[in-house]
Design a protein around this ligand. Structure first.
Ligand SMILES: [Zn+2]
Length: 294
């Protein structure tokens, strides 16, 4: 609950003009952002998100972290095209004209609708990405195993959902060593329970990241910092029909949608109608890895 209150705080902070990177960025009007060259069917929100995407992509080279940790070259992985440079690439939409959308569910609090979500996905023969905390995986090992056994994709969402920058929690930034420990404990938990690999995909708790985070995660093999194009706002109390409407209105080629498995959010109950609606719009969908790796 606490982290959701923090997220609400971010919405207000962002509305007041300080550009927040919270989960509800999609709700922020593109007040001071000039319109970019975009496809005609892109919505105002997606334009805003695309501008943010461009802005993050041109972020200057990362500065050394406070601990002075040496930054090594990225770990090469055969199956994935590794972006150039020493910093993870922030992806909040993949540049493509293909009518393909990545669906992602974050799991960091309760089990909530996880089983129901997995049933729906199996029925529709759809694979998605799950942003998992190591703590959630340890609390719900059977669900964790089913997620992987069903063929879904894992994203490292840290061990205990602490903010790497501290922006949303007011606790100050974590050190490089603390960040690496969070990532390692989570990937070890996933490997022990399921044998699955989480690298090279990372999702920051609260959407909090900066250049030092992108450098730190890249040194241990996380080359993609996975943000999102559309936040369902289920965590913020939106009804199932409201979630469906919101996501269908904002769907665009290459979009990444974010949902949550927890009982506080109606994302699970909204999923069947959302999948049907996206199909009617001519979209196919899958995991973040499928979106990025083509
Ligand atoms: Zn989260």
């Amino acid at each position: 609950m606490a982290r959701h209150l923090v997220r609400l705080g971010l919405v207000f902070a962002a509305a007041l003009g300080s550009l927040g990177l919270g989960c509800a960025r999609g709700a922020i009007p593109p007040a001071s952002v000039p319109p970019p060259a975009a496809t005609a069917e892109a919505t105002a929100t997606s334009i805003h998100e695309h501008v943010l995407s461009t802005a993050t992509a041109t972020t200057p080279a990362p500065t050394p972290t406070s601990t002075g940790t040496a930054i090594a070259a990225p770990v090469a992985r055969a199956a994935v095209a590794v972006p150039a440079g020493i910093a993870a690439r922030v992806v909040d939409r993949w540049p493509t004209e293909r009518r393909f959308i990545a669906l992602s569910f974050d799991a960091g609090s309760d089990a909530g609708y996880t089983a129901q979500i997995l049933d729906t996905l199996r029925e529709h023969r759809v694979l998605v990405s799950f942003g998992m905390t190591g703590h959630w995986a340890e609390q719900y090992p059977d669900l964790m195993r089913r997620i992987v056994a069903d063929g879904h994709h894992l994203i490292n969402h840290t061990y205990d959902h602490g903010s790497f920058t501290g922006v949303s929690t007011g606790r100050g930034p974590q050190t490089s060593a603390q960040r690496h420990d969070q990532l390692r404990r989570t990937e070890e938990t996933a490997r022990r329970l399921t044998g699955a690999e989480m690298r090279p995909y990372f999702r920051p708790p609260y959407g909090d990241y900066d250049a030092s985070v992108n450098a730190d995660i890249a040194t241990v093999g996380y080359h993609y910092n996975v943000m999102w194009t559309v936040d369902s706002l289920g965590w913020n109390g939106l009804s199932a029909s409201g979630i469906v409407q919101r996501c269908l209105a904002r769907a665009e080629p290459g979009a990444i949608l974010i949902f949550h498995v927890g009982a506080q959010s109606q994302d699970g109950p909204a999923l069947p109608a959302l999948l049907d609606g996206l199909k009617q719009q001519g979209y196919s969908f899958g995991t973040v890895a499928q979106l990025i790796e083509g």
